[in-house]
Design a protein around this ligand. Sequence first.
Ligand code: PMP
Length: 434
Amino acid sequence: GYQPTDKGEVLKGRRAHFGGNLSLTYSDPVMLLRGWKHHLFDEWGRPYLDAYNNVPHVGHAHPRIQAVAADQLKRMNSNTRYLHPAQVAFAEKVLSKLPAPFEVCFFVNSGTEANELALRLARAHTGAKGMVTPDHGYHGNTTGVIDISAYKFNAKGGVGQSDWVELVEVADDYRGSFKRDDANRAQKFADLVDPAIAKLKDKGHGLAGFIAETFPSVGGQIIPPKGYLPAVYEKVRAAGGICIADEVQTGLGRLGDYYFGFEHQGALPDIVVMGKPIGNGHPLGVLVTTRAIADSFAKGPEFFSTFGGSTLSCRIGKEVLDIVDDEGLQQNAKAMGDQLMAGLRQLEAKHACVGDVRGMGLFLGLELINADGSEATGICSYVKNRMRDHRILIGSEGPKDNILKIRPPLTIDSDDVEMIVQTLDLILDEVATL
Ligand code: PMP
């Protein structure tokens, strides 16, 4: 067995036994062995501030999650072919966070699977296959959802675009075709859906639907202008399609002001997909939809997932949502997000390489630019790695990988927000001297 401090050995073993396209973050990778709230600890017990991971939504190693998992594993763990009160309790908790038309929950094991299922529901309900989706999106790692994930199918060595998929430009009003000084930009971005639907029809495809990360994350932490999604949804529905909101990154209170991103847009999707944070580390994906759409799907073969909706999963999922409420974590996301945003705005005013600061609650992005305004991929990588040297974990995103992504667990506190801002300030000073 490995000694806990043998980081080099672990790396060697990983190279020997894992695929080469499983990437590691940082030029000097971190090995993390323990966690608590928004902190992680390496093989030497050194602390890192986790300002990146959204899966530990209520914090790493939360005692209530430990307790509920241990309790259920002691009793039994089985599947949805048997009755258990935890299944309905979890469904009712999820539905309590959503408006009335949502009545039916499907429990699966990941965001990928939930999106895969969303495609099947859209096809079952409409009898069509065509999908429209924003460019640079990501919805998961299986064959079906890779086809609607431009971030993957258009990447080097990717499978390319399928003929039943049409892309629209991301509603990025910083770098995209319509900028923030254009009062009609939401409508103009939405209008791009018309030719996409027409193209599908030309190719002989009906419209099954539209899927988008409500706030595009891998696209670069984009907040679409208000009114974008309702305008898109109207067009999609007029063409017979259904509207899928991938809330894997944006749901469950992270945005502070909203429990789900679609609320900010004033939009009502037909399907909402949740993942990552909803199990706080336990693999769990949830799809919620209307009775009408669930009924269309129910005309087909039985739907079953061995582990999806297991007793253990249902108990953990409900516990996560209860903790968000009991600990006021949505309110904390709002307060800490506002403090972080205020600090980042000061950095934007001070440092020429910060082109844009955007986000909501604890879903934030800093777009780094070169002197000519182009995407500063190199600077972004430098800053991310230097933050790691200071033991603060953040990420990077965007088509040119020049947007710093800050997305901590919802437990983060005021001192740690201050530490992020002050450390970034120091490192951005270094950038000026590079
Ligand atoms: N949708 C979005 C928006 C995501 O960010 C991700 C994961 N990064 C997924 C779906 C897929 O989730 P998973 O990796 O849990 O299957």
